[in-house]
Design a protein around this ligand. Sequence first.
Ligand SMILES: NC(=O)c1ccc[n+]([C@@H]2O[C@H](COP(=O)([O-])OP(=O)(O)OC[C@H]3O[C@@H](n4cnc5c(N)ncnc54)[C@H](OP(=O)(O)O)[C@@H]3O)[C@@H](O)[C@H]2O)c1
Length: 251
Amino acid sequence: MPRPATLITGASAGLGAEFARLCAARGEELVLVARRRDRLEALAAELGNAHVVVADLAVPGAPRRLLAETEALGVSIETLINNAGFGQIGRIAALSVERQSEMIELNIRALVELTRLVLPAMIERGHGAILNLASTAAFQPGPNYAVYFASKAFVLSFTEALHQEMKGAGVRVSALCPGPTSTEFGQVAGVTRPIPEFLSADARSVAKAGLRGLDRNRAVVVPGLFNKLGTQSSRFVPRALMRRIVASVKA
Ligand SMILES: NC(=O)c1ccc[n+]([C@@H]2O[C@H](COP(=O)([O-])OP(=O)(O)OC[C@H]3O[C@@H](n4cnc5c(N)ncnc54)[C@H](OP(=O)(O)O)[C@@H]3O)[C@@H](O)[C@H]2O)c1
């Protein structure tokens, strides 16, 4: 019988590493996935019951290969945390076509494929859980961050739909929508004016909120009061005004 495990993508840094620490503390067997092997191996050594699978999920076919490797480890995915993702700041016309496509491949395609590939076994077993990383960026268009915001809008919509489809199937599905959080995200995105530390959440508390929301099968989890108010405001602030506000903040 395969052993139940939690698979975390993007576990080599930031939120992914914190999910790994929290899940390990709950006694879960882990599969840690990212591109940087040294980081993953150091984390696995720290945590104990963890396997390392190095994968570039932006490469077509990577999710299928990853799950084949996972099967060979003798585990079945009880919990999938689709966390790997990145953003890139700048005007669409100024950013590289390849990097924007890579973002779509990772933030959207890999997330959808992994979800689709683990679902049948979860449905058959009658239990399982999927946590997808969206963002507060999912709630409005993002001038100067256009592809990233749009990718997270996709993740939110996709995850809410799946949450509804899984009602009664025993499979919990949640979208975690953090606001600014202290990780390597800003550095990777090319942000030159980082959000002050005191306005950023710490990765551990955000990961904790995500797991709590998943345990309770909340469709959408927005950690932090300020972020909750911000995402609710998209209900009554006209979209044209919202676009201008985001453009001025992300300029
Ligand atoms: N930090 C924030 O303010 C914030 C806010 C809202 C949502 N989020 C979302 O939270 C998630 C985690 O981001 P983070 O803030 O923790 O950023 P991070 O510190 O930059 O971590 C990103 C993780 O994704 C992995 N990754 C990147 N490209 C990959 C690829 N092609 N294949 C496999 N793994 C890849 C990275 O590992 P390798 O480089 O080793 O591959 C790293 O482990 C993302 O989906 C992000 O959009 C972040």
